[in-house]
Write a protein that binds this ligand. Structure first.
Ligand code: BGC
Length: 255
């Protein structure tokens, strides 16, 4: 692993498993990331093999903190009890144990949206923000991180809010994967996002929304059309936030 990196981050998503060594002084990749497609049948074994492959590819030394952003609520030492977008065989599994075994060293696992929120809070759009920030990731699903005066409240699963009697799981209506599947225009999608962020606003009265995920690259095409009162800004670390946040979180645990 390159010397300018102090930690290694891996982001496990519904479509790709991305990893990079991270420069924690700057909050950015120290080397270009490597993306490996998520196996179609994304069982613990199949995903753990790719984690191993990523560590080998970057020759990550055993002393380096390794953080893994994972798309489900994570309670260290407890088996997973909910999985939305990877294989259901993850339910009941101790995720940290599976990855530590595959990696041949202890690793730190954190919810992917929490990792992204932490990265934005440390290095990006939520840096220095007081009050309540809700950082969201729009991708295969919708992930959320609640940050109050700089402190993360982990494992919020607000992507699964019930929008109304017709839409019992918000992410199945408003995630960016749904925009793709239903071939929605940005404006049509923004109408759905208005319903979603409007509901978050009603219940949480946040001071700021941060929108991340791959699609945040195109934020000027949809953020201006999300009609809510709370200020909304695009994530600054964009799609890098999961990797950077996981690496940062691991470094704080291993300090
Ligand atoms: C999961 C969350 C995750 C989000 C984004 C949701 O389906 O339940 O834990 O953060 O997707 O990947």
């Amino acid at each position: 692993m390159i010397e300018t990196a102090q930690a290694f981050g891996i982001d496990i998503g519904g479509s790709g498993i991305k990893a990079a060594p991270v420069n924690l002084e700057k909050g950015e990749f120290a080397e270009p990331r490597l993306k490996i497609l998520t196996p179609e049948v994304s069982t613990p074994d199949a995903v753990a093999k790719i984690v191993r492959q990523q560590l080998d590819h970057f020759e990550v030394p055993e002393s380096a903190p390794v953080g893994i952003a994972f798309p489900a609520p994570i309670k260290p030492g407890q088996p997973l009890d909910f999985m939305a977008n990877l294989d259901q065989s993850w339910v009941g599994v101790d995720v940290t144990e599976v990855f530590s075994e595959a990696a041949g060293r202890p690793v730190t696992v954190v919810n992917d949206a929490d990792a992204a929120g932490l990265a934005e809070q440390q290095f990006g759009a939520a840096k220095g923000k007081e009050g309540l920030v809700i950082a969201t990731t729009l991708g295969t699903g919708i992930g959320t991180a609640l940050i109050i005066d700089g402190v993360l409240v982990p494992n919020t699963e607000l992507g699964h809010l019930i929008l109304n009697t017709k839409h019992l799981d918000a992410e199945k209506y408003a995630a960016s994967s749904i925009k793709e599947q239903e071939d929605l225009s940005y404006k049509k999608w923004a109408k759905r996002l208005t319903k979603y962020y409007g509901l978050l606003e009603k219940y949480f009265n946040p001071d700021l929304f941060v929108i991340g995920g791959g699609v945040s690259r195109k934020s000027d095409k949809f953020i201006p059309f999300i009609d809510v009162k709370t200020p909304i800004v695009p994530a600054e670390l964009r799609n890098e936030a999961g990797i950077v946040g996981a690496a940062y979180y691991a470094s704080t645990r291993q300090a």
